[in-house]
Write a protein that binds this ligand. Structure first.
Ligand code: PEP
Length: 228
């Protein structure tokens, strides 16, 4: 059983959500999770039984005067079972730090929501060949955590670009991540995954699944990925 996670990012509206749910059909044994924008998390009740809901982000705070933020307790209230944190777009556009991401992890942990923690290096870091150290540093706070944890290795230069690392480079990074966290942790790959490359990627030893951005917006393609 692998995890196949779709991150819709800031795309879609309620009619797209209805259309997506109607057209998505998949009998795979894989665990299928979608992360629509926050206003559409309440479509959870309309999802097929084999599809789980994730949020794309959560507040690092429990509650209070944090206008615009959504707490882990609220996600729990909606029966959301997973939450992406530390996506590179949030690290870049709202300058999220590893400390804030860890605070978010703690909030999710208190509400028994499984975090999907994104890590990964920029093109510049990859060119300097320091990507392994960079990612190990991003994992620092999670090395001794035994609760259910999912990491997504997403090299920033592979997100939305059509470029992906070689299969052996991905395999190597998955091993580096697994060597630095608890043996219970799952590690996914994300970055330009589509229906054509999914089966090669899913064949990587030690890889526990895929985080899919753009290609998850198409329910037929996402079902093909989930069935790869
Ligand atoms: C992502 O942003 O998490 C992602 C993997 O995007 P894409 O599949 O579009 O590269």
């Amino acid at each position: 059983m692998k995890y196949i996670v779709g991150n819709f990012k800031m795309n879609g509206d309620s009619s797209m959500m209805i259309d997506w749910i109607q057209k998505f059909s998949c009998s795979s044994k894989n665990k299928i999770i979608i992360a629509p924008p926050q206003p559409y998390l309440n479509f959870i009740d309309k999802l097929p039984n084999n599809v789980f809901m994730a949020a794309q982000d959560v507040s690092p705070y429990q509650d209070g005067a944090y206008t615009g933020q959504v707490s882990a307790k609220m996600l729990y209230d909606l029966k959301v079972s997973y939450c992406i944190i530390g996506h590179s777009e949030r690290r870049e556009y709202v300058k999220e730090t590893d400390d804030q991401i860890y605070q978010k992890f703690c909030q999710l942990n208190e509400c028994s929501i499984t975090p999907i923690i994104c890590v990964g290096e920029s093109q510049e870091i990859r060119e300097k060949n320091t990507h392994e150290n960079f990612v190990v540093n991003q994992l620092e706070k999670y090395t001794d955590i035994n609760e259910e944890l999912i990491f997504a290795y997403e090299p920033i230069w592979a997100i939305g670009t059509g470029k992906i690392p070689t299969i052996s480079d991905i395999g190597q990074m998955i091993n580096v991540i697994k060597d630095n966290v608890s043996s219970n942790a799952k590690v996914l790959y994300g970055g330009s995954v589509n229906a054509k490359n999914a089966s090669n990627l899913l064949a990587i030893d030690n890889l526990d699944g895929l985080l899919v951005g753009g290609a998850s917006l198409n329910p037929v393609e996402f079902a093909n990925i989930a069935q790869s």
